[in-house]
Write a protein that binds this ligand. Structure first.
Ligand SMILES: O=C(O)C(=O)[C@@H](O)CO
Ligand SMILES: [Mg+2]
Length: 248
């Protein structure tokens, strides 16, 4: 079977309520969906849209925290709040049978931050059998974010040593921070839990920019990547006119 794709509803159809966005993704031909922060929508409404369309929610994020924050898990002295955010995400994921939970690190740096992040990740991995993801973010969009490179993520995954902790490999962030996307996909495959993509550098549809996505999709297919790839790009208006890449 060939590659399939997941619509990231944090960006695609973001003007629609989440249940309607799930239905729109289904109509457009996506094989799955994923989201950012669904917490304002009752989980029963999301579960109903998923079962009505037959789509799976591949993942959701832990809450960002207060204004100007981007996750709490690597913030020393915020451990209780970070664990509460993990509990909330697991409960929501259980209610809609989501595949994975992305535990967001937050703006922090240094060894204490790493120790805090590892503590929160150990807690999350022990609290669920679902996949726990960590995602390096690029320093243009998220300056000061704790986790910025795949090498850093690899080290943390090794230290936590939990079977359900994996890397969110977002080709957009990896290209901006490191490049060498093909070799990194090949080498990191055993620890990757989800793959996302967008054009670089403008984070648009994967049909232009400095990354050649037909090539990257072919690499994922050659490697036998089993899950839908996450379309996490900013359509800059209605989503449907940007979907030529999906039809091809
Ligand atoms: O920004 C990204 O890339 C994501 O995947 C988000 O879920 C985290 O901000
Ligand atoms: Mg991403």
């Amino acid at each position: 079977m060939g590659l399939t794709f997941s619509a990231n509803l944090g960006f695609l159809w973001q003007e629609l309520p989440l249940p309607d966005a799930i239905r729109a993704a289904h109509r457009a031909g996506f094989a799955a969906v994923e989201c950012h922060w669904p917490y304002d929508v009752p989980a029963q409404q999301v579960a109903a849209a998923l079962s009505g369309t037959g789509l799976r929610m591949l993942g959701l994020n832990t809450r960002r925290g207060g204004p100007g924050e981007n996750g709490l898990s690597a913030l020393p002295a915020r451990g209780a709040e970070a664990r509460a955010a993990v509990d909330e995400a697991i409960a929501y994921a259980d209610a809609i049978d989501a595949g994975a939970i992305h535990v967001m690190a937050g703006f922090a740096t240094g060894q204490e931050a790493e120790a805090a992040f590892i503590d929160t990740l150990r807690y999350a991995c022990a609290a669920t059998t679902r996949t726990i993801l960590i995602e390096p973010l690029n320093s243009y969009d998220a300056p000061g974010y704790f986790l910025t490179t795949t090498a850093q993520a690899e080290g943390i995954i090794a230290k936590v040593a939990a079977p359900n902790l994996r890397l969110m490999f977002d080709c957009y962030h990896v290209q901006l921070m490191e490049g060498d996307v093909t070799h990194k996909l090949e080498r990191l495959l055993p620890i990757i839990g989800h793959i996302q993509f967008a054009s670089v550098p403008d984070r648009g549809a994967p049909d232009h920019g400095e990354l050649n996505y037909p090539h990257i999709f072919a690499v994922a297919e050659r490697l036998g990547w089993p899950l839908p790839l996450g379309a996490e790009y900013k359509p800059g208006g209605p989503t449907e006119p940007t979907l030529g890449w999906l039809l091809r």
